[in-house]
Ligand binder design. Structure first.
Ligand code: HEM
Length: 121
């Protein structure tokens, strides 16, 4: 069976999608505060790795687990609205690199599955 990773075009789509995604996040007044102290090159590469794992490629994600990575953000007021805006930018970025509608919906569904961990509940 062809994996979602292969269906979307692998690395050639994931890397540009993650770049476009963080450009949108940093341009969003409600989100950019969370990323001000962050090394964005490193985060882009960790997010690309996480996304690659999420779409089923055989690669090991070596970053922090998702709950731990976001534990400090609760104190900065991270909530469902931020999460919704984050996913909206992700969806648009995936569409902008030309990933087909069904695959975008599948990826967004998988990302949605991390909500409780990201928000620490
Ligand atoms: C779909 C949900 C999300 C996923 C899959 C995700 C994924 C990741 C990953 C893989 C990392 C790197 C972990 C590491 O450092 O090893 C990370 C870090 C980070 N994420 Fe998320 N994230 C999500 C939602 C959010 C949201 C909603 C925000 C804020 C609006 C956010 C803000 C951050 C910040 C600021 C860091 C860097 C933390 C640090 O370096 O201390 N994330 N995220």
């Amino acid at each position: 069976m062809v994996s979602l990773y292969e269906r979307i075009g692998g690395k050639s789509k994931i890397i540009p999608a993650v770049d476009i995604f963080y450009r949108k996040v940093l341009a969003d007044e409600s989100l950019k505060q969370f990323f001000e102290p962050v090394d964005m090159d490193q985060l882009r590469s960790l997010q690309a790795m996480f996304l690659t794992m999420l779409v089923g490629a055989k690669m090991k994600y070596t970053g922090k687990d998702i709950r731990t990575a976001h534990a400090g953000l609760k104190g900065k007021g991270l909530n469902d609205e931020h999460f919704d805006a984050f996913l909206k930018h992700f969806k648009n970025a995936l569409q902008e690199v030309g990933i087909e509608h069904e695959a975008v919906a599948e990826i967004i569904g998988r990302l949605e599955g991390t909500r409780a961990e990201v928000l620490g509940r």
